[in-house]
Design a protein around this ligand. Structure first.
Ligand code: HEM
Length: 124
């Protein structure tokens, strides 16, 4: 896949819309128990995805990594699973989705670390 920078930033901006909608919803319905889910949508979804996109933009050599496609998929799928799990837990339900999502998400972050360690150079 090409355009990791653009695709990550598109997803990051999608996450911020979801996070803001969630923030408005929990605010007007006075369900502050969902504040933690909202925070994770904003920070893992919007902030980290957009930062990963900016890293791809600033360090184009990252896209040449064999891990790049899997890192993108694993990180974003992990955040979706984590956020759904957190939302269920904030709503008082029990679920295994949160720890599963956490492990998948941290795997995605660790893959970005490995990619940056190897390919994070400004020169080709
Ligand atoms: C339309 C935009 C937003 C609205 C309406 C909104 C609304 C809220 C509300 C109502 C709370 C709960 C406050 C309380 O516990 O009394 C909250 C908490 C929080 N929000 Fe937002 N928010 C918005 C955007 C964002 C964004 C973009 C981020 C991060 C990038 C963010 C991060 C947080 C964090 C970290 C907390 C604290 C969570 C906690 O205490 O567990 N918010 N927000």
């Amino acid at each position: 896949m090409q355009d990791y920078d653009r695709n990550y930033i598109l997803l990051g901006l999608s996450w911020i819309v979801v996070g803001m909608a969630l923030g408005i919803w929990l605010g007007i319905t006075n369900q502050q128990n969902y504040a933690n889910s909202h925070a994770h949508v904003g920070l893992l979804g919007f902030v980290a995805s957009t930062l990963f996109g900016l890293l791809h933009w600033a360090y184009p050599a990252l896209a040449r990594s064999r891990l790049a496609l899997w890192q993108f998929i694993i990180y974003e799928v992990g955040v979706v699973i984590l956020v759904v799990g957190k939302f269920l837990i904030d709503g008082g339900k029990e679920t295994i989705l949160l720890p599963i999502g956490a492990l998948v998400t941290i795997a995605g972050a660790a893959m970005m670390l490995a990619m940056f360690a190897k390919h994070g150079h400004r020169t080709a």
